[in-house]
Design a protein around this ligand. Sequence first.
Ligand code: SAH
Length: 252
Amino acid sequence: MTGALAIVSLGPGAPGLITPDAAKALAEATDLVGYGPYLARLQPAPEQRLHAFDNRTELARAELALRLAAGGRRVALVSSGDAGVFAMAATTFEAMEKGEPSWRGLALTVIPGISAALAAAARLGAPLGGDFCVISLSDYLKPWPVIAKRLRAAAEAGFVLALYNPASAARPWQLGAAFATLREVLAGTTPVAFATNVSLAEERLTLASLATADPALAGMRTLVLIGAPTSRLIPRPAGLPWFYTPRGLPSL
Ligand code: SAH
């Protein structure tokens, strides 16, 4: 048997947001590799082997997936959202660069998916209708001053901001610091949306302004969207207003 590795995007959580191509790659795999809670979302066939990892073992996960594929298995390495966005696809290429030269010849496909920012934006309206910038607030892999500099530059340039990894038990202060930096550049009325567990039963959406946004609303499964100066809110008779960003600038 010829081995193959598919890096499979699972989307934000709801089964309906898994693409047919991703579902096909999952069905065809002999081995499913991934973070335990993501594997738990799947319904594996009895003959499929599961390799569950905890969330601090990304390089080991990628190396196992490459090794299994090199040994002839058909491997699906799963990742939430889009596998290419702050996720396992890049980790796999890092492992490939550092690892066995033969891994470079493997049949490898990256199957795209719906990233959290896109799923959250769809729930809120169309906040990403203009130019936007995607930033991870995690300072595990890059120093905080670099993150703060990028936040400020993106806000000064008028981008909508989609913030991934805004908070966790081990990273409690970063989002508050990000808001403080952004308040130096953006109006206090700038819309800020907290979208947690998008597409799942526990989904929670909150809209605030930059002046009043409470960082405690964000957790490990929250995507934070911060409007640009052009972003707008349309009040509705009930529920949250629609949050959108026009595609053009007002002067055009
Ligand atoms: N590859 C993923 C992102 C991984 S980083 C993707 O494309 O979506 C993990 C971060 O993604 C979380 O901290 C959170 O900011 C965001 N996230 C993932 N799933 C989410 C969901 N269902 N709802 C809201 N945010 C989510």
